[in-house]
Design a protein around this ligand. Sequence first.
Ligand code: UGA
Length: 690
Amino acid sequence: MKTIVLAYHNVGCAGIKALVENGFDITAVFTHKDNAKENIWFNSVAEYAARLNIPVFVPEDINHPLWVQRIREMAPDIIFSFYYRNMVGSPILEIPLKGCLNLHGSFLPEYRGRCPVNWAIINGEKETGATLHYMTPRPDDGDIVCQEKIKIADNDTSESLHGKMVKTASNMLNKILPLIKEGRAPSVPQEHSRATYFGGRNPNDGEIDWSKSASEIKNLIRAVSKPYPGAFSFAGDRKCLFWSVKQILIKAAVPMPGTVISTDPFVIATGRGALQVDLCQPDDGVYMSGVQLARELGIDAGMRFGRDIKKYLEAERKKKVLILGVDGFIGNALSERLLASGKYEVHGMDLRSGSIERFLKNPDFHFYEGDISIHREWIKYHVKKCDIIIPLVAIATPIEYTRNPLKVFELDFEENLKIVRYCVQYGKRILFPSTSEVYGMCEEDEFDEDNSRLVLGPVRKQRWIYSCCKQLIDRVIWAYGQSKGLKFTLFRPFNWVGPRLDTLNSARIGSSRVITQLILNLVEGSPIKLVDGGNQKRCFTDVADGVECLYRIIENKGGLCDGQIINIGNPENDLSIKELANMLVEKFSRHSLSSIFPVFAGFREVESKTYYGPGYEDIKHRKPSIRNAGRLLDWFPKTGLEQSIEQTLDFFLHEAVESGEFNDVMCNPEKFGRHGVDEGKVVSLSLIAN
Ligand code: UGA
């Protein structure tokens, strides 16, 4: 039977051996290159197959069409996978007529996923198993061909259990392979409701939590003991690895977890019971007994093991976040969230302090009035002093892209590039605001950070200078990440809305985002302009949702956001500008302050050339994929559009009233009726309703 094998590890070698002994004709073996960072304690599948004169391949991605085609040309009847580490996609699974079979190191459906042997020991299981099953595009969930149980002894380690696994797998294969050859092997669906799933593990997962019981800690120690990286804990800032321990009975009351009860024998208290340490190692030293370790490190009874004290103090220290453009829409909302957490100090610079006035007395808030193109020394010093750098200064309103393209280049690109370089120089983490605009006129339904095309118009369309500057700086940051190790996350806000988005005054000179512009029209009683008819769509995102996502990026749990690009948008709030305008008008008419303002002056359709000038070109739709934010941060937007619009409208109407500009109206309402309306050019509300 023509067979292809995907294999790694000792189980991989055992699988190939069983296939050969049972007369399977192996056309090729696919395996992995050994990872230089991993302790390679197991046998090499590549070497084993090569000695048998079987061709060996190590694809970077076995699912790449080139490899799929090669496998198809090899025309296998059957494919076996033995401890191969990558998922295999449908195009390969569909090739062999007799299917693809995988050997998994557990008694399925329990312990699907990664590291089943280690997890079984960690969880104190008394038995596990080996299972041969049909492969599907999902991990370990296909019909079972055969399975056998394996007993786990109290003193088994992952290494010894692996040994049992190899033996069981070999025996099981020798029994089932003849039946597979004859087409008589069974196939029984898994009981999916009983499935459990466990993920991958890394060396940091070996840190001991002394508040757990003695048996739980012992299980962790034997699960990650040699050849794995080991369980560890800290005496002060000295890391100690624990290779072998036993549970002991203590008659007296057990002190705080982690406390050394005696040094000879070397006994440590846990959350329940105590452990005697038999074999251990200071991380920069050699193996030794617990008694010797206590002597060499000067550990006395009463001392406590725990987390790395330096790291603990560092984790407890308030992190300093530098926000350039702190008074802006995102800057002030983010500062509020950071200060409320009590975990951060904010150091901010801006030209003015209108929006952040409310934090000026907060001891964790430090404001400096300045200009990023002038106060460069201040910035350099603060990049050096702070932990996380967020440069939010940019021109970000479309009319300015066409009106002042060079200013956009100088500020958004040149000035920000300097800050990126300071971060490289001082080894600081940067969170850089990319933009939804980088996707340009991408035609895909959803814009995906890692795969979508970035599509811009011709050079004479100056609108794209902003997108182009941001794209180039994204690429520069990415390259610094690769070549100089810059720690970064690029985030892309999608049409965030909320209080303090631009100002009504900026809207007065046309330099604001659409919602502020429209609210100004309502406040002033001028017609709402629907550029090119207003059918273009955007996904509006509430600033509170956006800032929550940004906050999680700053927290960066497990370093998951490093080197990532993350869209922050609300794909549910997808609507046209015309629909947005209708919603605003409706909410305005029902707002308690609406009587103070002039009567709604209707809609007017205008050409974009008239509104923005000839350098403008628009985006028909703009919808984010938010898979990265969901996967990395467990973030999903919560606020519906109605609520966002109500809050934004309410904020600006109050601001307009507080400005005093409408005092006259409040005293003398009949003087103000339809104000500023050019009746002939206005499109009625009913005409544009969709
Ligand atoms: C803007 C900015 O370019 C970016 O700074 C930002 O990254 C992006 O929003 C975002 O927040 O994701 P855009 O959505 O095109 O891009 O800009 P808006 O000014 O908010 O305009 C949205 C749409 O409304 C445009 O099609 C515009 O032509 C239209 N519009 C604007 C009107 O129909 N009437 C108006 O009075 C103003």
